[in-house]
Design a protein around this ligand. Structure first.
Ligand code: FES
Ligand code: FES
Length: 167
């Protein structure tokens, strides 16, 4: 029996065992390239997606747990943002994705799916996070390249952009 869920605002039916990790469904069945397999143990955050707006480690989330829910991956982040902000059209990129580019924050990029998804969740809950609040939010996301200071700047830049100020 297929499992129905919404992924990036598209209703999909997935033929997979109920205990299949959501990450496998996103990567293998739906061929999305945003979520990444890192540790497979909920330790690194590279597989993070939003489930009904809440950052979730898809590598340890069984498909049956997200039946009927709304999943947003990196690919759907700008549309999710536009929906939240009630914008007529979605920007090409979520402001945090743009800020990551502007700050040249990325090195190898492997961790950045998760960092951006988590940062977008933070900014949706707290439009002007303090440095400490950013550190706390990003605490569970590992970056082997050590780009944390640049990610901090990117989140700060995105917060300014979203507030309507100069980047
Ligand atoms: S791959 Fe899911 S937390 Fe590392
Ligand atoms: S940019 Fe390389 S692991 Fe984070």
């Amino acid at each position: 029996m297929p499992t129905t869920l919404t992924v990036n605002r598209r209703v999909v039916e997935v033929e997979a065992a109920p205990d299949t990790p959501l990450l496998y469904v996103l990567m293998n069945d739906l061929e999305l390239q945003g979520p990444r397999f890192g540790c497979g143990l909920a330790q690194c955050g590279s597989c993070s997606v939003l489930v009904d707006g809440v950052e979730t480690r898809s590598c340890v989330t069984p498909l049956e747990r997200v039946a009927g829910k709304s999943i947003t991956t990196l690919e759907g982040l700008s549309a999710w943002y536009a929906q939240q902000k009630k914008l007529a059209t979605a920007p090409d990129l979520h402001p945090l994705q743009q800020a990551v580019i502007d700050e040249q924050a990325i090195q190898c990029g492997y961790c950045y799916n998760g960092l951006i998804v988590k940062g977008a969740e933070l900014l949706s809950q707290n439009a002007q996070p303090t440095d400490q609040q950013i550190r706390t939010a990003m605490n569970g996301h590992l970056c082997r390249c050590g780009t944390y200071p640049r990610m901090m700047k990117a989140i700060q830049r995105a917060a300014r952009t979203m507030a309507g100020g100069a980047a």
